[in-house]
Ligand binder design. Structure first.
Ligand SMILES: [Zn+2]
Length: 213
């Protein structure tokens, strides 16, 4: 990634951060974004609102995950690095504490292999199979191991009682997928208790054939 591309990535992180914040998808200093660059990653700093990020002070970490410039990186940097370690094709990662996805993550008795069923085509196309990970306290290193275990097979993970972690080939893809997940979680909660006509296995397989991720 050239310097021009890196500065474009910095602008993009700030623009998407503000957009997510302005629409209530994140709040306080919750949530973090990262983008892969040639010599490491750009990350949002710790204890800052995604609504007022500064391109010049974003954290940069090297390919070993050590901070090299900018403000101190998010405390959840290890979540991102664990996902990237298993997904060489991932160019960006979004992690939010968005309300509806968190609400689903708190429900008891979820199927860990399919916490949200295939309700709509776009959910299947952008998220595919969501993995549910058990609860760990924020910062617990076991959480890194748990993410690493599933990230090769799943680009979207729901951390129980915490929130979603979603990788994409670029930041736009990762943000759109995270938004699709949040809206699908909202639909799923609206429909709880109703008799649902879910997409069939054949319909899901057909979507994966037509739109391979
Ligand atoms: Zn978090």
């Amino acid at each position: 990634m050239t310097l021009t591309n890196e500065s474009r990535a910095r602008e993009q992180i700030c623009a998407f951060g503000k957009s997510l914040f302005d629409r209530g998808l994140t709040f306080g200093s919750a949530g973090n974004l990262s983008v892969r660059v040639d010599d490491g990653w750009l990350m949002t700093p710790t204890n800052i609102s995604l609504g007022r990020l500064d391109p010049a002070t974003l954290s940069k970490v090297d390919s070993a995950g050590n901070p090299v410039s900018g403000d101190k990186p998010t405390k959840e940097a290890f979540l991102h690095l664990s996902m990237y370690a298993q997904r060489p094709s991932a160019g960006a990662i979004v992690h939010l504490h968005s309300t509806h996805a968190v609400a689903v993550s708190v429900l008891d008795g979820l199927d860990p292999d399919q916490p949200i069923p295939p309700i709509t085509a776009y959910y299947v196309m952008r998220i595919g199979r969501l993995a549910l990970l058990p609860y760990y306290p924020p910062g617990d290193v076991s959480l890194a191991g748990a993410v690493r275990e599933v990230a090769g097979r799943h680009h979207a993970v729901l951390l129980a009682n915490h929130g979603p972690l979603v990788a994409g080939r670029d930041l736009e893809t990762a943000v759109y997928a995270t938004e699709e997940l949040e809206e699908t979680a909202k639909l799923y909660l609206l429909l709880r208790g109703e008799k649902l006509r879910l997409l069939s296995t054949e319909q899901v397989d057909e979507l994966h054939r037509r739109y391979p991720s």
